[in-house]
Design a protein around this ligand. Sequence first.
Ligand SMILES: [Fe+2]
Length: 255
Amino acid sequence: MAVEIKLFMCRTDNFGALLHDRETGETAIIDAPEEGPIQSAIEHSGWTPSTILTTHHHADHVEANLALKSRYKLRIIGPEAERDKIPGIDDTVEQGSVIPFGNETIEVIETPGHTAGHVCYYLPKSKLAFTADTLFALGCGRLFERPAPVMFESLKKLAALPPETVIYCGHEYTLSNARFALTIDPDNAALRARTDKIEALRSDGRPTLPTTIGEELATNPFLRWADPAIRKHLGMEKAADVDVFAEVRKRKDNF
Ligand SMILES: [Fe+2]
């Protein structure tokens, strides 16, 4: 890949990420959950960030915006629909916006649900996506600002990316997501094997990222609305896909 990613923890369970183009040196910060860890990642990398790519307005994604902006003189890009809630925002994007980055481009995918204006950032050339609080490893974001049918359409857009697309999400929730997933999809051998891997990673204090769209399609119950075994398990063999998704989301809320 022409780009490189540096992943690190912020706050308690937020992922921080730096995206760097090897050839041009261009560097972007994906969300700004906490100044200290981001600054130290920047110093260790020796990279100079020119941009923050904001996915949504929640405080644990924008808290360090102003501090990083004044320190690095960078530009903050974020969703048009949340421009009033994102500190220091300079440029706004929406569905289909294209952001030049190094020798490639970043495409904006609007994924409302968790918040009304949440966006994901997709690099088609590197086959890489930052999905923040829309699609987690083995999970999906809580529906704070839009109902299940809206999130369902957002997840369908991500599910349609090439299966080899590498995914970085916003939080290290993977182990608890795996425990929930097993209650929905108990006979899924790929999910069981993945859960074992996740347990080993977490007991070593290692991150469970990245994942891929293909791995999520095989194991993430929030993308497996069409799976016959899950439908049978839920007693929803004939239900619409969106209703299967909504039921899984409802069960997770009460898990
Ligand atoms: Fe969030």
